[in-house]
Design a protein around this ligand. Structure first.
Ligand code: AMP
Length: 272
């Protein structure tokens, strides 16, 4: 695995590979890698000739009160995990912004509610950095995690609206044995909070199986009852999405609505 830190060197490498007819599969991350990230890397492996993973803690997607400076950056450990996965390029830039940068990419519909409501400017930072990364890595395909459901929606819309020449693949959420969605921010939880955290997935899963009229209210009340400070619980298309705080840590998760009501394979076969 080669580590590239210069943006222009990254773009030169990508152009050379494209000229040689090799396809590039890309996984953007902020590092502090866990099995969830590695599952995206394995998916990317199957989708392109070459796999590029970026690690960049993007300052523009944090708001001033947030955890940018204390976000974990275990780069040696991350690099060795990626080496073990057979990744060709780790793109690890120190900085992607000129001091007087004044050009942004902003999605103005899907990014406004939920996480966009609580974290103003967050998605503008995400869409801008993802566009920059796409322009440097020139991927044929990019893999994102379903765990960040709104991010997937916003980036899908951006790629469509701006005609970006990249195929997006959304990969399922990897979970700890007790159901907690893996996240770099889980490291912030105290032992007591960590013990409470799996309730987010459990409550969302139970809510998803309830009638549409009561599921969000029920989920909000149940989360509050077990000690979460609820940011939002909302239905978004076929998913029930939530963000909730344990102490200072904001956890995100989403589940498919009523998978239980989907007929079993056997029933579907019988209906054909
Ligand atoms: P992050 O480093 O948190 O910005 O995440 C980088 C990518 O990994 C994003 O596409 C996330 O949605 C994805 N990701 C984060 N956690 C998980 C998880 N538990 N399972 C699958 N993908 C994940």
């Amino acid at each position: 695995m080669k580590t590239i830190s210069s943006p222009s060197a990254m773009q030169r490498w990508a152009l050379t590979q494209k000229k040689a007819g090799r396809s590039i599969a890309f996984v953007p991350t902020m590092g502090a890698l866990h099995e969830g990230h590695l599952s995206l890397v394995r998916r990317a492996r199957a989708l392109g000739d070459l796999v590029v993973v970026s690690i960049y803690v993007n300052p523009t997607q944090f708001d001033p009160k947030e955890d940018f400076s204390k976000y974990p950056r275990p780069i040696q450990r991350d690099a060795s995990l990626l080496r073990r996965e057979g990744v060709e390029i780790l793109f690890h830039p120190a900085n992607l912004y000129e001091p007087d940068a004044s050009t942004w990419v902003k999605e103005t519909d899907l990014s406004t509610g939920r996480c966009g409501g609580t974290r103003p400017g967050h998605f503008k930072g995400v869409t801008t950095v993802v566009t920059k990364l796409f322009n440097l890595v020139l991927p044929d395909v990019a893999v994102f995690g379903q765990k960040d459901a709104q991010q997937c929606e916003v980036i899908t819309r951006m790629v469509r609206d701006l005609c970006l020449p990249v195929r997006l693949v959304i990969a399922p959420t990897l979970r700890e044995r007790d159901g907690l969605a893996m996240s770099s921010r889980n490291a912030y939880l105290t032992p007591e909070e960590r013990a409470m955290a799996p309730a987010l997935f459990k409550i969302l899963s139970a809510a998803a199986a309830r009638p549409a009229t009561s599921r969000t209210v029920w989920a909000r009340e149940s989360l509050a009852q077990v000690g979460f400070r609820v940011d939002y619980v909302e239905e978004c298309g076929s998913r029930l999405c939530a963000a909730a705080f344990l102490g200072k840590t904001r956890l995100l998760d989403n589940v498919s609505i009523s998978p239980e009501t989907r007929p079993s394979k056997k029933l579907r076969r019988a209906a054909r």
